[in-house]
Design a protein around this ligand. Structure first.
Ligand code: 13P
Ligand code: ZN
Length: 269
């Protein structure tokens, strides 16, 4: 018996998380328990599920997030591996409901799997997205090797320097990550400070931000689209490195070529 039984929409949403978790492992971005995913599943929760008792007491979020009243989220479990989640999402993650005080949650799921340690960042971002009226419902944090390597140089941490280089490697990257890559200076993983800095960076009109010397955080309508934004960015970083390994600095597309792309596809930047 699973909470997903007879809830095909909820099950399909969580199956998509499991599919992405498998890709993260295959990409080499998910060592051990690295990375986390949360999805706002509120629209797939029915009245019978709303009436279910929790399997834990109330737990603190660490922040008060007024937009999240009555919302439900699927969360990767803290310490759980993406490669395990890919096979069994309800043993390596759980569904939580936010309580009416907007500062606590309880687990309503198959097993009492404690949510990711990055919950303050994830839930702050969902709160921010709802306040903005955004259709985005999924957030992804992962450790993509080449993009994390870039953040070990001050040059690439400067505003939009990495974005410009990554966009110029292949047209798809600008087309499918059209807001580019924001930069968040190093902060303690799982901290409320990191959560607040992530919101500030997203609010500077990015869907994807780097956490210096740690990883990436991406938001989109669903988890597959969030993954795709990270995937195109990391592909560009790999092309850059391949050119460097061949012994030359890649030319990159010109400013005129990138402007032509934005005009042709109606891109926001
Ligand atoms: P969790 O296992 O708590 O999700 O943490 C993984 C991680 O990448 C922290 O930044
Ligand atoms: Zn991490």
């Amino acid at each position: 018996m699973s909470i997903l039984d007879n809830r095909p929409a909820l099950k399909a949403g969580i199956d998509k998380v499991a599919e992405v978790a498998g890709y993260l492992w295959m990409k080499g971005w998910a060592e051990r328990n690295g990375g986390n995913i949360t999805v706002n599943v509120t629209e797939w929760v029915d009245d019978r599920m709303r009436a279910m008792p929790a399997i834990t007491g109330a737990l603190a979020i660490g922040k008060t997030l007024p937009q999240l009243k009555g919302c439900w989220f699927y969360c990767k479990g803290t310490g759980k591996r993406m490669r395990d989640l890919a096979r069994d999402p309800m043993a390596n993650g759980s569904i939580i409901r936010i309580l009416d005080d907007c500062a606590h949650y309880e687990i309503v799921a198959d097993e009492p799997v404690a949510p990711t340690s990055e919950l303050p960042s994830h839930l702050s971002v969902h709160d921010y997205l709802l306040a903005k009226g955004s259709p985005y419902r999924a957030s992804l944090h992962t450790h993509p090797i080449e993009l994390v390597a870039l953040t070990h140089s001050k040059k690439w941490m400067e505003k939009d320097v990495a974005t410009r280089m990554l966009w110029s490697m292949i047209p798809e990257t600008k087309a499918f990550c059209p807001r580019g890559l924001g930069m968040v200076p190093y902060m303690l993983p799982s901290s409320v400070e990191l959560a607040d800095a992530t919101i500030r960076a997203l609010d500077d009109d990015y869907d994807v931000v780097m956490w210096e010397k740690h990883g990436i955080f991406a938001v989109d309508t669903d988890i597959m689209s969030a993954f795709d934004q990270v995937d195109v960015l990391n592909k560009s970083a790999q092309i850059y490195i391949s050119a460097k390994n061949m012994g030359f600095e890649p030319d990159g597309m010109t400013d005129a070529q990138m402007k032509e792309l934005s005009d042709a596809f109606g891109l926001p930047k």
